[in-house]
Ligand binder design. Structure first.
Ligand SMILES: [Zn+2]
Length: 393
């Protein structure tokens, strides 16, 4: 059998890779648009494909509560159900469950919580979430992990890691369809270097198809988030894909790519797009601003998205101010295309060993790191409507 993941080229610590799944190949580094409930808000699978998305992310926590795993399985699995034909990764929902302060009880074997929808009691176990993701038919499944809040003391971070490691072993043992569904382990350890490095070494000894860096974008300052990536990425096996969960701005993505991370997901482009905060090659636009009322130009003249091809800034300004759903759709389509093009650009730079030059030429572009303007910065930790969780799905 061909290897699941291949590194095709390196540029410093950054890697150009290829991840094979039953539903297609993912060229890495890759950004995964977030379709929490099986759809990226306001976007059809066809539009997602056309934007250049190679893989979609969905969330087991949300799909378990509604419509239920049985329903999706009976309808032919998650690809038939959602209409998205490419690879799908599901987050196990550990992050969402642990965000339910006061509504969940954790023990050695799993976590019991109340549904935020109807108060029903639900239980997640390490084996149960692997089985549920296999039944959904996802291409990449994530283990159940304990994501401690931020800040947390080192003792508690260590205890949470011990439990997560034991759960990771149980997840591996629970696999029934390893050929169809890849399984990724998740490194935790909060902002403690010793815990993170130990966690990476512990997980590297288990037969996972990939490794994720979790427990980031939970309210910690940017410098801490970046330090966690700098410690953890090089401690993970070189021959397996690395996935940074729930991060972040284009500047965060570029930094992590340079550290050797291959996969990303974040609700930021879609959420900001819905609120009229638009990424462009010359900076971030808050399209509601009066300056755009009569602006005939496209959002970004260098963007090839269907919105920039036809719709002037003035129209976006009008739709967003009027609260029209189409304004949210346009903003989402454009921002997703911006993030996907940004990753394609980084892949090209790695292929030609120009990543450092490419990143230096980008610094100073406000779209890369502007967080003061953003209504939903990675440090805000605000929840997506209707459920718990920050910038993770
Ligand atoms: Zn565009």
């Amino acid at each position: 059998m061909e290897p699941r993941f291949e590194v095709l080229a390196r540029d410093g610590a950054a890697r150009l890779g290829r991840l094979r799944t039953p539903h297609g190949v993912i060229e890495t580094p890759a950004f995964m648009p977030v379709g929490t409930r099986g759809a990226v808000k306001g976007v059809t699978p066809q539009e997602l494909e056309a934007a250049g998305a190679q893989v979609m992310l969905a969330n087991l926590y949300h799909l378990t509560l509604r419509p239920g795993i049985d329903t999706v399985e009976q309808l032919g699995g998650i690809h038939a159900f959602t209409g998205w034909r490419g690879p799908i990764l599901t987050d196990s929902g550990g992050f969402q469950v642990f965000s339910l302060e006061g509504m969940r009880r954790i023990d050695e074997d799993g976590v019991t919580f109340r549904s935020h929808l109807d108060g029903a009691t639900v239980r997640f176990t390490p084996a149960g979430v692997v089985s549920a993701q296999e039944r959904l038919g996802v291409d990449i499944a994530m283990v159940l992990d304990e994501c401690p809040p931020w800040p947390v003391d080192e003792g508690r971070a260590r205890a949470a890691w011990e439990r997560t490691l034991e759960w990771a072993r149980r997840a591996v043992a629970a696999r029934r369809r390893p050929e169809a569904t890849a399984l990724f382990g998740i490194v935790q350890g909060s902002s403690y270097r010793a815990v993170r490095e130990r966690a990476a070494a512990d997980l590297a000894g288990l037969p996972f198809d990939g490794f994720a860096i979790g427990g980031v974008s939970v309210g910690e300052p940017e410098a801490e988030r970046r330090a966690v990536v700098e410690w953890t990425a090089p401690a993970l096996p070189r021959e397996r894909p690395r996935y940074l969960m729930g991060v972040g701005t284009p500047a965060d993505l570029a930094h992590a790519v340079a550290c050797g991370v291959d996969l990303f997901d974040c609700v930021l482009p879609a959420r900001n797009g819905r609120h009229g905060l638009l990424y462009t090659r010359s900076g971030l636009l808050r399209i509601r601003n009066a300056a755009f009322r009569d602006d005939p130009g496209p959002i970004d003249p260098l963007c090839a998205c269907p919105v920039c091809a036809r719709v002037p800034r003035a129209m976006l300004h009008h739709l967003v101010r009027a609260g029209e759903i189409t304004g949210a759709v346009y903003g989402t389509l454009h921002n997703l295309r911006y993030f996907l093009d940004f990753m394609a650009d980084l892949r090209q730079a790695i292929a030609s060993c120009r990543l450092e030059t490419r990143l230096r030429s980008r610094s100073g572009t406000s779209a890369d790191g502007n967080r003061t303007e953003s209504p939903d910065s990675p440090s805000s930790g605000s929840a997506e409507s209707g459920g718990p969780g920050g910038l993770r799905s």
